[in-house]
Design a protein around this ligand. Structure first.
Ligand SMILES: [Zn+2]
Length: 288
C-alpha cells in the first residue's frame, strides 16, 4: 500500500448549502443564517491595504505567542510574505520580546536575511531556516518557530504525535519529525536547506532536540494558530505518556475526517480571529 503523502494543505472541497443570503460557504462553521456577527476574510483594494493587514496579524501572532509563554530570550521567529514583493518577508525584530512587537518595529527582509526596511536587526538563525523554506516553497505564505517547553520536550523522543484526540487529528499526516541537524543551531545558510525541504511539505514539524515549526499556505493567522495547537498537542501527549497507560487512539479514517473538517487552513485562520480580536482590543499599542 502506498504511504499517504504528507501535506501542509488540508482544505478539501466540502459541499455545503449556501447561507440564507445565497453566499457560498466553505466551512460548516460559517453560519447558514446570514447577517450574524462572524469573522470574514477581508478583500483588499491595494497591496498597501493587504500589507497593513498582514503586518497587524503578524504583530498579533507575536503577542499571542507571548500570552502562551512561548518566549525564550531572543529565540523564536514568525514570518509572513509581503503581498507585493513575495521575495521579501515581514518578521519580528531580534531581541524584542514577543509582547513588545508592534507595527513600527517589524522588519522586512530578503531571503538572505538582509533587512530592507526597519531599524532592527534580524535573528540570523531565523532567516537561515525561514529564508530557506520561503525560497524553496513559493506557496508557503507564513511560518512560525519558537523554543517552547512541551514541543521541545516531545521533539527529543523523535516520535510523531499519536492521534489521541480530535485536536491532534488536525496534524494527521501533516506533521513530521526531522532528525537532520538535530540540536545544532542553524546559523549557516547551507544548514537550513535540507531541513527546509522537509518543513515546507508539512503543516507542522517537530525538529528533534530543537523545537516546533509550522508553515501555512494561507496566512500568518493559520501558521500561528496551528503552532499553538501543536505545542498543546505535544503537552497532551506528554501528559498521556506520563500516566504509563496506553491511550486509545482515533482511527485513521476518523483522524483524516477530523483533519479535513476541523483542521483546514481556513479553520486555523478562523480560530486565530478569536485571539486577534482579544489582542487588538486589550493591547492597542500593537498598532503603534
Ligand atoms: Zn530555533
Amino acid at each position: 500500500m502506498l504511504e499517504e503523502a504528507h501535506t501542509s494543505q488540508s482544505d478539501v472541497a466540502i459541499d455545503l448549502p449556501n447561507d440564507s443570503a445565497g453566499r457560498k460557504r466553505t466551512s460548516i462553521y460559517q453560519p447558514e443564517q446570514a447577517g450574524l456577527i462572524f469573522p470574514e476574510k477581508p478583500e483588499f483594494k491595494s497591496h498597501a491595504e493587504e500589507r497593513e493587514y498582514r503586518k497587524q496579524h503578524l504583530v498579533a501572532a507575536c503577542r499571542a505567542f507571548a500570552m502562551h509563554g512561548f518566549d525564550y530570550g531572543f529565540a523564536g521567529h514568525l514570518t509572513v510574505r509581503d503581498p507585493e514583493h513575495p521575495e521579501l518577508y515581514w518578521t519580528n525584530p531580534m531581541c524584542v520580546h514577543f509582547s513588545q512587537v508592534r507595527m513600527s518595529n517589524l522588519i522586512l527582509a530578503d531571503h538572505d536575511g538582509r533587512v530592507v526596511e526597519g531599524k532592527y536587526a534580524i535573528n540570523r538563525a531565523g532567516f537561515v531556516l525561514h529564508g530557506a523554506v520561503h525560497e524553496e516553497f513559493p506557496e508557503v505564505m507564513a511560518m512560525c518557530h519558537a523554543h517552547t517547553t512541551y514541543g521541545t520536550a516531545w521533539c527529543t523522543t523523535g516520535r510523531e504525535l499519536d492521534m489521541i484526540s480530535q485536536d491532534a487529528a488536525a496534524f494527521y499526516k501533516s506533521h513530521a519529525v526531522i532528525g537532520a541537524s538535530a540540536g545544532a543551531v542553524a546559523v549557516e545558510k547551507g544548514s537550513g536547506l535540507s531541513v527546509a525541504q522537509q518543513i515546507g511539505r508539512n503543516r507542522g514539524v517537530l525538529h528533534q532536540n530543537h523545537g516546533l515549526l509550522t508553515c501555512s499556505h494561507h496566512s500568518i493567522d493559520d501558521a500561528a494558530f496551528w503552532f499553538i495547537a501543536l505545542e498543546r498537542a505535544c503537552k497532551q501527549q506528554l501528559l498521556v505518556e506520563a500516566t504509563g497507560i496506553k491511550p486509545q487512539v482515533v482511527s485513521e479514517k476518523t483522524a483524516r475526517y477530523s483533519r479535513e473538517h476541523v483542521g483546514s487552513d481556513y479553520i486555523g485562520w478562523l480560530h486565530f480571529q478569536t485571539l486577534y480580536s482579544h489582542i487588538a482590543e486589550t493591547q492597542p499599542d500593537m498598532f503603534a
